[in-house]
Write a protein that binds this ligand. Structure first.
Ligand SMILES: Cc1cc2nc3c(=O)[nH]c(=O)nc-3n(C[C@H](O)[C@H](O)[C@H](O)COP(=O)(O)OP(=O)(O)OC[C@H]3O[C@@H](n4cnc5c(N)ncnc54)[C@H](O)[C@@H]3O)c2cc1C
Length: 438
């Protein structure tokens, strides 16, 4: 051991892999996870181990390997510790959620492995109770081992739709339909990508066969146009690729339009420690890539601190392979979210603050050069509790579509400051130093 302390934020595959790499290299590693258990999005562990959701065997094996290595390593694990940012002095702030206090650390290096966030395209009515994200639905199922009550419609675009529909079906709660927006045919590129990655092909075949056997309606080229209350239920207007509309009444709608890197807290802090991003928060490439990327992040830290890491060539090759595969697979999906010009003014864009598209249009009409900061501070977009997690990217793309060539950057709309997530004032008042240097 060198005695040098490093901090890893995020207990998913990227964070665990980075922590292991740095511990092997002789660093004193602390791994912080905001949730109650390690695992991240893909390997989320259940509240009750007896109620574990069935996941593909290769996925299960990957996590078992990481978890076993971690249990034999000297890595210090802090669950229920949320990274709240790097303050002006360069100290890393963690909220200890059990004690409700802020803890400060001054590590020699910081690895941020914060994962990805879901992209959900606004449609009229998406703010209604009963409308969730597909990933949110999966979190609930993985945590509790149970499916929600009532009829569920899954819609949007991406492979997660099929995975979650199959998981619901395995729990005896098959969705009423799965609507994939994309109309794109199976391109040669996608076929080549799938052949290069038989594990994905195998996984997709498993999901599809379960859904087909359960008689679930899978429709390509169809999307949700709007959602309205229907008594205690939701009336969903669905449009297909030739413009035909139909209505479906369900209890829940789960929406999803792909994944984006989680940028909440990843902006460089001038006085902060040497920082490396790893996994989905750097580039969304899936679970296999996250492990390789975590290893590379660990190696970057070791190199910076003058220590030897393992050979990076294998991890770099894995990353490159996964990048090519994901890019081929992405041709099967349509993450554009449809035509924003067709959305009515009363469509809610920022669900936290209830800000509508009409209000955004009015802001742009009043001043077509309105700055990214004004969009946030005057328009109150990305101003709510989630700090733009769901709306900032959409708002930036919409503003760009209204003015040729001058898109505001998502990071400019969101801004960078600490705490990166809401933290109570009492947590700061009670703040206690944890590092000897504080
Ligand atoms: C909702 C969702 C569901 C997914 N489901 C699947 C699936 O079924 N199959 C599949 O192949 N891929 C799935 N993916 C993609 C898959 O998660 C990733 O490819 C892979 O898990 C990325 O690993 P990671 O370590 O980079 O991030 P993650 O696994 O997402 O891990 C990030 C971790 O960081 C923690 N974290 C975030 N912010 C903070 C903070 N401020 N402080 C402390 N901790 C923090 C999170 O709680 C999380 O545990 C899903 C992604 C998402 C977002």
């Amino acid at each position: 051991m060198t005695g040098m302390e490093v901090l890893v934020i995020g207990g998913g595959p990227a964070g665990v892999s980075a922590a292991l790499e740095m511990a092997r290299g002789g660093l004193n590693v602390t791994l912080c996870e905001q949730g109650p258990r390690l695992g991240g999005a893909i390997h989320r562990q259940p509240d009750d181990p007896a109620r574990r959701l069935r996941v593909p065997r290769a996925q299960r094996r990957r996590w078992r390997t990481l978890a076993e290595a971690l249990s034999m390593s000297p890595v210090e694990i802090l669950c229920r510790h949320m990274f709240a940012g790097v303050e002006g002095s360069g100290a890393v702030l963690l909220e200890d959620r059990a004690s409700g206090r802020i803890v400060t650390r001054r590590p020699a290096a910081l690895v941020l492995a914060l994962g990805g966030v879901e992209r959900v395209t606004p449609v009229p009515g998406w703010q209604l109770p009963g409308v969730v994200t597909v990933g949110g639905l999966q979190v609930m199922m993985k945590s509790t081992g149970r499916a929600p009550e009532g009829d569920i419609l899954i819609a949007g675009s991406g492979p997660l739709l099929l995975a979650v529909a199959a998981q619901l079906t395995a729990l005896g709660k098959a969705p009423v339909a799965v609507l994939e927006r994309s109309t794109g045919p199976l391109s040669l590129r996608a076929v080549a990508g799938l052949i290069r990655a038989p594990a994905y092909l195998w996984e997709a075949a498993g999901y599809l066969s379960r859904l087909i056997r359960a008689g679930i309606r899978l429709q390509r080229g169809a999307s949700v146009r709007s959602i309205a209350p229907a008594g205690n239920r939701l009336s969903v207007t669905i449009v297909d690729n030739i413009g035909l509309e139909r209505r479906l009444v369900v209890d829940r709608v789960a929406l999803h339009d792909g994944l984006l890197p989680n940028g909440n807290g990843t902006a460089a802090a001038p006085a902060g420690p040497f920082t490396v991003l790893a996994g989905d928060c750097r580039e969304v490439l899936g679970g296999v890539a996250a492990i390789a990327d975590g290893r590379l992040a660990g190696q970057a830290v070791l190199a910076k601190l003058g220590l030897a890491g393992s050979d990076s060539a294998g991890s770099a090759a894995t990353l490159q392979h996964e990048r090519r595969t994901q890019s081929a697979l992405n041709t099967l999906f349509d993450y554009s979210g449809g035509d924003a010009a067709q959305l009515p003014d009363d469509t809610v864009i920022c669900r936290c603050e209830g800000r509508t598209l009409g209000q955004l249009r009015a802001l742009l009409a009043a001043d077509d050069r309105v700055s990214a900061r004004e969009i946030k501070l005057n328009g109150r977009f990305a101003m709510g509790a989630c700090q733009g997690r769901f709306c900032a990217e959409w708002v930036a793309a919409y503003v760009a579509s209204q003015r040729d060539g001058q898109p505001p950057q998502v990071a400019e709309i969101v801004g960078s400051r600490w705490p990166v997530k809401p933290v109570s004032v009492s947590a700061f008042v009670e703040r206690h130093p944890s590092s000897p240097s504080e």
